[in-house]
Design a binder for this molecule. Structure first.
Ligand code: DC
Length: 207
């Protein structure tokens, strides 16, 4: 595999687990674009920076030398330290969409992703549409909000109702950049387990 595989979809659609497994099967790194937006949100929360302040967010990303470390386990570094374990909290979940709205923050994230030499699997919202439109293999995962909320409840210290509320709010805020590329294969994973989704993608890549 020499090219780029993109896997997009809404939050908790299974993109990260699927992208990791597909990359592993192909023997290539995987990139999670959401981690870079999450890093910006986390740094803003820590510094008390308003997530609406685009210039201040960019200054934070530069000052802390935020970098992606692609690999079988995609990681984000800030000041040379691994920030990844701090990026999946309810606070970051609630802030990240405000951060991801800014065009210059998006351009900064996209530039970091484009520095990585292919082949790789990239996952996010707009990998197949805005960032790597030339990618030869594109997938878009969907699932009902209820199924996604049930999955996410296993990963957060929140109850189902709260997770569902946050998730619907984030769907709304992320709507502008969350849609399938015209040449993406759309997979509804509501009734599929992780392994079935991975196998469907690998079978499609083989064809
Ligand atoms: O995939 P995730 O839940 O880790 O993404 C976190 C947030 O980042 C999500 O709310 C939307 C934003 N995001 C984005 O706007 N574009 C991407 N390519 C990836 C994530």
């Amino acid at each position: 595999m020499r090219g780029i595989v993109t896997i997009d979809g809404p939050s908790a659609s299974g993109k990260t687990s699927v992208a990791r497994r597909v990359a592993e099967a192909l023997g290539v790194p995987y990139l999670s674009s959401g981690l870079l937006y999450r890093a910006a949100a986390r740094l803003a929360l820590e510094a008390g920076v308003d997530p609406g302040e685009e210039g201040a967010l960019l200054a934070l990303l530069e000052a802390h030398r935020v970098r992606l470390l692609p690999g079988q386990e995609n990681r984000v570094l800030a000041d040379g330290q691994d920030l990844t374990p701090l990026l999946h909290t309810p606070e970051v979940d609630r802030t990240v969409s405000q951060v991801a709205r800014h065009p210059r923050v998006r351009a900064w994230v996209n530039a970091r992703l484009k520095e990585v030499p292919p082949p790789f699997v990239a996952e996010g919202r707009d990998m197949g549409t805005a960032v790597f439109p030339e990618a030869p293999h594109k997938f878009y995962l969907t699932a009902s909000p209820e199924v996604r909320a049930r999955r996410r409840t296993r990963e957060r210290p929140q109850d189902y109702e709260e997770v569902l509320r946050d998730l619907l709010r984030r769907d709304e805020l992320d709507r502008a950049q969350s849609f399938p590329a015209p040449d993406a294969l759309v997979l509804d994973t509501s009734e599929m387990g992780l392994e079935a989704v991975v196998q469907a993608i690998l079978a499609h890549l083989k064809d």
